[in-house]
Design a protein around this ligand. Structure first.
Ligand code: WTA
Length: 663
């Protein structure tokens, strides 16, 4: 990305299918319409505008009088505080009452040809039953429920059942290890865990229950584990604690009334990585989050009632929460649950899925696009894909090659390509083109969403950078409905990480450029977070995992550019003097260290390279100089800059030699 000459990138016109296939975009037909709507959404009468949006978009059990209160500095943000609103009712009941046979979920199983549509009526019954099961285990408003499930339609029901009774779900990505799962269960003190016997992915079995059992050895608070029978293979069982989902469901009524919940009651916790080791439980509340999810689905994705929304993200990440579950269902459209991988059984799987279900929307991460592009056009060429109106990307900067590949081979220059930027903390999309209204530029997330005002700050002075052609840290200036409210049971940490670095602003952790046309280009994280295939990882977390290995003295982890995964994890490790290390079996030790990271965090955090070195570059005060390792790996070992603070100058050549030997 750093090589792009932003100002030289031409504006890309609004695609024909977007305009011809549907009426004028909801926001209006052009840039002026966007500018007018945006000005209204942030101007003097912004609160009036938001009130109208909230009333139009959601069903309120009790009306609100106040639109917003609180500030970043005071850490007391609230939206629609007198309002009562149930997220599950908004996502399920109101559509089931209108038309119970309308498809809510399209479940595309791991094996092609095995798919099933679940109607809103059926979803309401499943959600009601599960909500009643949770209640029968003593779960109610304010309790937390950990969900550790494969990509099944029942996992969506799990989200909604919690929301129905006011319990907060904490969904843990099924790729996390037992240890990570245990940490997350214990942090939010869940008494009930929802899981499955096994998962399937790319023709392989994932032993979800066995992983959960191992985690639960360390979770004394857990009283009940509700297990979905998914593959039907035998699994370990703890009598008294473990219950089959279908058996429990058969005991309770098929209808459960939605709880009366305040707009500011908690909806969910989602753990995410930050600069420091321990993952943070980001907490969202009901009314504001749901409004952000629903409105972005409408305006950013131009969703119409008969659309079929294909979000390929995992349910365990914020994109799965907002754009697989809450956003599409709050708009009453069909949403896809995709259990497989882009390459199973062949690299045509996405395209076949789109054609089978006539998906109108396809939402994925650049990593998948880069992989499929590399595997060749022949796989996509055979597909029809004419149902697609909008193709969107999220999670990492999309390189122009990937953008053009999507546009040429998937959208066939007829569909809109939308690069959307958001974070676990922002809840819903905050920067993005509005298809049909905003001309795009390949690689740019373009403009702020309605209600958002942003600034680029000079990182050292904290001053706002004015005008075009500037680069700084990306912050947001006013509160918006779907911003998270806190870190679970650690409000001070919430303030420390997001509100205190630049007082008066919300700090994203990303750097960005504003080009000559005022378009925004995300450059990537400015903190110690690395983004591997759109997965957020903290360098500190991986270092802590490595240090737990008995022979490791020190570890330094950096993110290096990678053609396929965006960034990749590179780890430098020194060993304890007393460790009995056999240099002729370096590869054996590296394998063990890789296993160590997989065991402590999960397979998706696997380091691409581990370098065993005799020393790490440090300042005289003992601070590890990661900058040096970053430059050496980037092939810029001759541009290391000022090395005068380095305690042991000889270490630079140790690093250089090792990297050269292993590349
Ligand atoms: C990155 C994922 C560039 C960014 C939705 C952010 C992006 C982090 C984009 C949040 C994009 C997300 N272009 N970078 N369109 N979207 N990011 O919380 O670094 O898992 O801070 O949410 O992903 O990751 P998270």
């Amino acid at each position: 990305m750093s090589n792009v000459d932003y100002d030289a990138v031409a504006l890309h016109p609004v695609p024909p299918r977007m305009i011809n296939g549907t009426e004028v975009p909801f926001i209006g037909p052009n840039l002026e319409a966007y500018q007018k709507a945006h000005a209204e959404s942030v101007g003097e009468n912004a609160d009036k505008w938001w009130a109208k949006m909230a009333r139009e978009t959601l069903h309120w059990d009790r009306p609100f009088q106040t639109v917003r209160t609180g500030s970043f500095e005071n850490g007391d943000i609230a939206w629609f505080p007198e309002g009562y609103v149930n997220a599950c009712y908004n996502c399920v009941d109101r559509w089931a009452f209108q038309d119970p046979n309308k498809t809510a979920i399209i479940y595309e199983a791991d094996e092609p040809g095995q798919h099933k549509n679940i109607s809103y009526g059926e979803l309401l019954r499943e959600v009601s039953r599960l909500a009643n099961v949770l209640k029968s285990h003593g779960i109610g408003k304010g309790d937390t429920v950990t969900v550790y499930m494969p990509m099944t339609w029942q996992a969506v029901a799990a989200f909604l059942a919690c929301a129905r009774i006011g319990a907060l779900h904490s969904v843990v990505f099924a790729g996390f290890s037992s240890e990570s799962l245990a940490d997350r269960i214990n942090d939010c003190k869940s008494r009930v865990v929802l899981t499955a016997d096994e998962g399937r992915r790319g023709g392989k079995i994932i032993n979800i229950k066995a992983l959960a059992d191992k985690a639960l050895e360390k979770c004394p608070n857990v009283e009940a584990v509700i297990v979905l029978q998914h593959t039907g293979n035998p699994v370990g069982w703890v009598e008294g604690r473990d219950k089959w989902w279908h058996e429990e469901s058969a005991k309770v009524p098929n209808y459960c009334p939605p709880a009366l919940l305040n707009s500011e009651d908690g909806l969910f916790i989602l753990y995410t990585s930050g600069s420091t080791g321990k993952p943070k439980g980001i907490m969202h509340t009901i009314g504001g989050y749901l409004l952000g999810a629903a409105m972005t689905i409408k305006y950013v994705f131009e969703v119409h009632p008969d659309d079929k929304f294909g979000c390929m993200a995992d349910l365990g990440w914020i994109t799965g929460h907002t754009y697989l579950v809450y956003g599409p269902l709050a708009n009453g459209v069909a949403t896809l649950v995709f259990e497989s991988t882009p390459v199973y059984p062949t690299p045509a799987r996405f395209w076949e899925t789109i054609d089978t279900h006539k998906l109108t929307h396809f939402y994925t991460a650049p990593t998948a696009v880069r992989l499929l592009r590399r595997l060749g056009e022949q796989h996509v060429a055979k597909a029809d894909l004419s149902s697609l109106r909008i193709i969107a990307s999220v999670g990492e900067p999309i390189n122009p090659e990937a953008w053009h590949w999507l546009n040429d081979h998937v959208g066939r220059k007829q569909a809109a390509i939308v690069d959307t930027f958001f974070q676990t903390e922002t809840g819903s999309i905050v920067l993005s083109p509005i298809p049909g209204a905003i001309e795009t530029k390949p690689g740019s997330a373009t403009v702020p969403f309605l209600g958002m005002t942003y600034a680029l700050l000079d990182p050292t002075t904290g001053k706002e950078l004015e005008g075009p052609g500037v680069e700084g840290v990306l912050v947001f200036k006013n509160t918006w409905p779907s911003i998270a409210r806190s870190v679970w049971k650690d409000h001070n940490r919430w303030l420390d990480v997001y509100m205190r670095p630049y007082p008066g602003y919300f700090f994203t952790g990303d750097g960005a450029v504003r080009d000559k046309d005022g378009y925004i280009w995300i450059k990537g994280r400015v903190d110690d977070v690395i983004n591997v295939s759109g997965h957020r990882l903290s360098t500190a977390e991986i270092e802590s995992a490595l240090i737990l290995y008995p022979g490791v003295a020190e570890a330094a982890v950096i993110g290096a550019n990678d053609e396929l995964t965006g960034q990749a994890v590179h780890a430098f490790v020194t060993l304890k003097a007393e460790f009995n290390y056999d240099p002729t079996n370096e590869s054996g030790l590296i394998k063990e260290l890789v296993l160590q990271v997989r065991k402590v965090i999960g397979p998706f955090a696997t380091p691409k390279k581990i370098y065993i070195v005799s020393d790490l570059p440090k300042t005289r005060s003992g601070k590890i100089m990661r900058r040096i390792m970053r430059k050496v790996i980037a092939g810029e070992g001759d541009q290391l800059g000022d090395l005068s603070t380095l305690a042991e100058p000889g270490v630079v050549s140790v690093i250089k030699d090792k990297v050269a030997a292993m590349s």
